[in-house]
Design a protein. Structure first.
Length: 320
């Protein structure tokens, strides 16, 4: 059951305590952000956004024809060396947005005809985001909320979002912690991703509820297929199939494109390749996954440039 604006505000107040000793994410750096102490994310005690726009490159039930109402929040609790949003996840590009302004942004995205409000890397800024959502709901916002994250989450924080988030869109990046440490800088990714995604599924179920082909509630687990790392992907798929459900919608992303930071890497400096990607898709089908999103690798890589007012160059509207 959806929570009222007042109930959302109470959750925001609960999470605001983390600003004084931050443990919003698994890094648990305990920074006093109220006093300007920067934790791992480097963020203050207010929202910092890089862009807000109708996004036409998400999975079709999210982008639809009107676009996902996507808000890109600055910084991230991971440091994936290959991140296509490197400018904001590593560089911290963005501007301060007060709670009132952030609530207006959500309402404007609804006015533009977006199908949802999608928060990208929201975790370190959740208290401000929830305060803004409470205001927006009080002013008539009706769109479902999509929680787009990297999977490295605190399951206790995710539990507080029950009845607030409608659609969870987590990445499940790594099947083993060695790869997570080498490529994202964390040694405990797997346990936190497993526990957090399991909590998301507990809240919204294993499927995806739609209305007119547009997602209203549920989960889509994303996995970016990386070059030379088929075993990593297989481990992720095995765990989902064995411990969650084969009916969990799975988005196998073949869009990996080397960014300058990894261009000279002997493995990450290359692409996945159509054959390797198709083998992963076939594996998922053979394992019995019932609901797959796949990508056409012939399209132009969708690498954003957040220095522009419009970070993306859409080839067409309506999803991937």
């Amino acid at each position: 059951m959806s929570r009222s604006p007042r109930e959302i505000a109470r959750v925001a107040e609960t999470l605001e305590k983390h600003y004084e000793s931050c443990r919003l994410c698994p890094r648990g750096c305990a920074a006093d952000r109220r006093r300007g102490k920067a934790g791992f994310c480097g963020l203050p005690d207010h929202a910092v956004i890089a862009s807000a726009l109708p996004h036409f490159g998400e999975e079709p039930p999210l982008s639809g024809t009107g676009g996902a109402g996507t808000i890109f929040f600055s910084s991230c609790n991971l440091r994936c060396v290959f991140c296509q949003n490197h400018q904001i996840s590593h560089g911290g590009m963005g501007r301060k947005a007060a709670v009132e302004e952030l609530s207006r942004i959500m309402l404007r995205l609804e006015e533009k005809g977006c199908h949802n409000i999608e928060w990208v890397t929201p975790t370190p800024q959740l208290p401000a985001i929830l305060s803004a959502l409470s205001l927006a709901r009080g002013k008539g916002l009706t769109l479902p909320v999509v929680y787009n994250c990297g999977g490295y989450e605190n399951p206790e924080v995710i539990a507080l979002l029950d009845g607030i988030v409608d659609v969870y869109l987590p990445d499940f990046k790594f099947g083993g912690d060695e790869a997570a440490h080498r490529l994202a800088g964390v040694r405990d990714y797997v346990a936190h991703a497993r526990a957090s995604i399991a909590e998301m599924v507990r809240q919204v179920g294993t499927g995806l509820e739609t209305e007119g082909d547009i997602a209203r509630r549920g989960v889509i687990v994303r996995h970016l297929v990386l070059p030379g790392m088929a075993e990593n992907t297989k481990e992720v798929l095995r765990w989902i199939g064995e411990h969650l459900s084969l009916s969990v919608p799975l988005s196998l992303m073949g869009q990996y494109t080397p960014i300058p930071a990894v261009a000279r890497d002997p493995v990450l400096g290359g692409n996945v390749g159509k054959k390797a990607y198709e083998e992963i898709v076939t594996l998922a089908l053979d394992m019995g996954f019932e609901y797959l999103f796949v990508q056409d690798l012939e399209g132009k890589p969708l690498i954003p440039d957040f220095r522009r007012e419009e970070p993306f160059e859409w080839e067409g509207k309506g999803g991937s």
